[in-house]
Design a binder for this molecule. Structure first.
Ligand SMILES: C[S@@+](CC[C@H](N)C(=O)[O-])C[C@H]1O[C@@H](n2cnc3c(N)ncnc32)[C@H](O)[C@@H]1O
Length: 447
């Protein structure tokens, strides 16, 4: 969900011609995969599928608690779950849960839900949205004493703050370890918000990358009272927002885990509403480097988390094992590896293959944990590698079908601005229009 999608376009015909960069191999494969033509589902031509795009300013479902990049809209997630044909209290899953939009939507509708994300920052934000009660009181730290021995050496906050400021922020986070679970969660999200706002000038035009202080003098220095005030006022804001969101007592389970190995029982899920990372080389760990630093994780020196995240720009050894990808994904890899630009046949091909293998594993696992007849609502966006179209929606359809997902609907919403156009070297390549897709599947009843 990276982009500005505008008025939706209903899919009524195949869009396979005249797209710069589409290879003959992919075109032929796509022609062989017909998409359904439909009238919006209600027989009078009106549309049924909402755009998943989060509005520029969204407050519904506490979306403003933390500006999680790539979130879809709360109303869209709610509509997917409430329009289901399935009956009774359901179990909903989002295997790429991000800030918890699906988990909150499912909870407010009274369904049990599991949300899973490999990024621990996402899980903290989802905890706040789904679990912290309305009446939680902000806590003050003015009486807090910073121990003389408070260590700031090797503290990742030091990438942006001087030693004194780092020690004060670390004292806050240490103090939170002894607070109630609700205060701890709200305190951590308040810390994410405060640190993000204090370090704003380290952000560039790319919303998913943050710079670090290159010299000691660039490190920021704030007084204790400035830090304390920032942390307290962010808690006050969050507490006031929480008081506007009624949650139900239905079960919410939030896990920091990998979509390629879901810690869930086979045949246990009724509906999946989700959006995986796209093949746009977004490094979610760097995008949240400051929030991960609040949690004590240094993504610049310790690469485990960065490497684990789907779409990572770092390649793993293990991912180069033979894959189980379908023909369309293999054709894309072939087009990338044959591209004339530097490192296409080496680094870029490996990175794309790793991404596609991770996507394939996530779809396979989603099928395994779903009950026969379960629904899956997937948001994905096509993109470009140089001038080669990455037809992610159609690759997902092909991969999902191989694991027993039957395609029900595919709606496309034009995208106005691609993240790659922020990169000057990427701008040199000719690109066509791309779409964000909402794809709806049902799990085959008999394998
Ligand atoms: C497009 S975002 C989902 C945003 C979410 N729909 C929302 O509204 O906030 C994709 C998410 O996938 C997560 N992710 C990346 N690799 C993962 C993995 N291997 N397992 C689970 N989650 C992963 C990222 O951390 C990111 O939060």
């Amino acid at each position: 969900m990276t982009t500005n999608a505008s008025a939706p376009t209903q899919v009524t015909e195949r869009r396979t011609v005249d797209v710069p960069g589409r290879s003959p191999i992919l075109s032929a494969l796509q022609e062989a995969l017909p998409l359904p033509v439909h009238d919006g589902g209600n027989g009078n031509g009106a549309r049924r599928v909402l755009s998943p795009k989060r509005p520029a300013v969204e407050t519904a479902g506490l979306a403003d608690a933390f500006p999680y990049y790539a979130g879809f809209s709360f109303d869209w997630a709610t509509s997917c779950i409430s329009n289901t044909q399935l009956k009774g209290v359901l179990t909903v899953l989002d295997p790429w849960n991000g800030s918890g939009t699906t988990t909150l939507a499912a909870n407010t509708l009274g369904h049990s839900v599991v949300g899973l994300d490999r990024n621990p920052v996402a899980s903290v934000v989802a905890q706040l949205r789904c679990k912290v009660p309305m009446n939680v009181e902000p806590i003050r730290f003015s009486s807090l004493r910073i121990r003389a021995s408070a260590r700031t050496q090797n503290d990742p906050l030091n990438y942006w703050f001087d030693d004194i400021t780092t020690a004060r922020i670390r004292a806050w986070t240490s103090h939170l370890e002894h607070a109630s679970p609700s205060n701890r969660t709200m305190g951590l999200v308040a810390a994410f918000r405060a640190v993000r706002s204090l370090t704003k000038h380290f952000e560039g035009s790319n919303p998913t990358w943050v710079k670090r202080a290159s010299e000691n003098e660039e490190r920021l220095c704030f007084t204790h009272s400035e830090i304390d005030e920032a942390f307290f006022s962010e808690q006050v804001f969050l507490a006031s927002r929480l008081s506007s969101v009624p949650r139900t007592s239905a079960s919410v389970s939030l896990l920091t885990a990998d979509s390629a190995a879901l810690p869930l029982a086979t045949n246990s899920i009724d509906i999946i509403v989700t959006s995986p990372p796209y093949l746009t080389r977004i490094d979610y760990a760097v995008a949240y480097a400051r929030e991960l630093a609040v949690l004590g994780i240094d993504v610049f020196s310790e690469k485990t988390l960065r490497k684990a995240l789907m779409g990572t720009t770092l390649t793993r050894q293990a991912s180069m094992t033979p894959s189980l990808l379908g023909p369309m994904a293999e054709a894309l890899l072939s087009d990338i590896s044959q591209h004339a630009s530097k490192a296409s046949s080496s680094y870029y091909m490996k990175q794309a293959k790793q991404y596609l293998n991770d996507l394939n594993s996530g779809l396979r696992e989603s099928a395994r944990v779903s009950k026969p007849g379960a629904e899956m609502h997937l948001v994905v966006q096509d993109s470009y590698y140089k001038d080669v179209l990455v037809p992610l929606a159609e690759i997902c359809i092909e991969e999902a079908k191989r694991y027993g997902w039957e395609l029900q609907e595919h709606e496309m919403f034009p995208v106005k601005r691609l993240l790659t156009t922020l990169n000057t070297s990427a701008r040199a390549y000719k690109k066509g229009d791309v779409s964000e897709s909402v794809i709806t599947f049902t799990r085959r009843k008999h394998d």
